[in-house]
Write a protein that binds this ligand. Structure first.
Ligand code: ADP
Length: 144
């Protein structure tokens, strides 16, 4: 049923990660799915607009990307999934756009996403979760 599952994680918000763990484990176990974890590093449009993207931003971004991937790898250990089924991605850009783009390229048949930060209770879906639910071409499991 599910062969390729995408789990976008905001690495700055570990409470959201804990929320999704049982749902990822249960759905991955159904068909021994590959699970792709993604964290998106918001891009720095200000530097790009000054034309500094290639002189200053690029080396720093590579460093940030390395740190983000290391933190993501740490978080992913908590999911206790078979190592050969786990893939991690740290990509810069807009979280919602990159989530949808990776979902297409890995042909995700399920996206598992937390609804929003627990301390923001005035709305039902965060801005990234809302766009993913609206535009994804596969089922999306929203964890509240
Ligand atoms: P909020 O605005 O309350 O933070 P979001 O819609 O941004 O709500 O976050 C909900 C979910 O969207 C997160 O749990 C995560 O799954 C995904 N998400 C948000 N930001 C990122 C990010 N930078 N990288 C990967 N996934 C993200």
């Amino acid at each position: 049923m599910f062969h390729s599952i995408l789990v976008p994680l905001d690495i700055s918000e570990s409470r959201l990660t804990h929320q999704v763990i049982p749902y990822v484990q249960a759905n991955a176990a159904i068909d021994n799915a590959s699970v792709h974890f993604l964290t998106v590093i918001p891009s720095l449009p200000y530097y790009s607009s000054l034309g500094l993207a290639y002189s200053i931003e690029t080396p720093k971004l590579a460093e940030i990307q390395q740190h983000a991937l290391a933190k993501l790898d740490e978080l992913v250990k908590q999911f206790n999934l078979p190592a050969d089924k786990v893939h991690t991605h740290a990509i810069s850009g807009s979280p919602k756009d990159q989530i949808l783009k990776l979902a297409d390229s890995i042909r995700a048949d399920l996206i598992i996403i937390a609804s929003h930060r627990p301390d923001i209770s005035t709305y039902l879906l965060g801005s990234n979760a809302a766009v993913v639910v609206r535009h994804a071409t596969c089922p999306v499991l929203v964890v509240r």
